[in-house]
Design a protein around this ligand. Sequence first.
Ligand SMILES: [Zn+2]
Length: 268
Amino acid sequence: MNDYNHGNPGNHGMPRHEINTLIIGCMDGRTNFKVDELNAQHGGAIILRNAGANVSAPEMKRAIEIALDKYNIKIIVLIPHIDCGAMGLVCDTLLEHKSADPRVYSDLIQQFKGRFSDRGDLETRLNPDMQFDALKELIGNRQVTLFRYVLDPSGLSVPEDYHKHSHTLFVSRPYTSQCSLMFEDATAVTGKEVGMWGTYVVQPADESSIRIAIDNLGIRRVIFFAESVGDLHEMEHAEKELRSKGVLNGVNVSLVVPKHVKKRMTSL
Ligand SMILES: [Zn+2]
C-alpha cells in the first residue's frame, strides 16, 4: 500500500483535481451516507474507516502517514459516533471484565483503560479526544486543519429494521470513491445486494476491525474489493493472511473486481 489510486479512467467519483481532505470514520454501516455526503462536500476525499475511527490501530496509523506524505492534505475530518459497537466492546472488556482477542485488546481497547466512567463518557468525550490528539501527533508541524464531529446515528434516518439486516463487511484500500458506487459494483458482481444500510466498511484492511466485525458483530459475509490490479494483489494478500490466522473461519468470502476494472485487466 503505497498509493491511493485516483484519476484512473472508469474509477468512480475520482476527482481529477488534487485531493486535500482525509475523512476518518467508523466502519459502522449507519454512517455510510454521512461519509458519502462529506466526501462530496469536500470534492473528493480519501476515506479511512475502521472499528471506532481508531487512529491508533497500526494499519490506520500507517495509512494516515502515507496519505500525509503522498498528498497535500489540508483538512482532516474525524467522525466517530455514539452507539458504536467498537466502544461497546471496550466497555464490555474494561468495565464488565469480559475477555477480548489479544490483537483487538492491544489495537483498540488498551488505550482507554482507566480513563472513562461509562459508555457515554467514552463515546462523547474520551474516544473523540484521544483520536483527535493522536491525529495531532501524526500531523506534526504540517499545516492541516482538524475537524471532529461525533455522529449520532439516531439523527441519520436509520431505517427501523436496521438491526434485522444481515450485515456485510466490505474491505478495501482507502479510496476517494463514494461507497454507494462501490456497493453498486459489488452488487453487480456478486448478484446479491450490498446495501447502504447493511454494510460495514473497513479501509484499509485492518485485522482487529475485521476480527471485531466477525467475532463480536456476527458478520458472516465479507467482500474484499479491488479497484485496480495493484489492489487485487493487496486484497488477495490480506485475505490469505487473515485466513491463515483463522479470522475468516465460517465466513462467506468473495473477492470482487468491478467489471470496468476486469476489462482493463484483460486488455493488459
Ligand atoms: Zn462504530
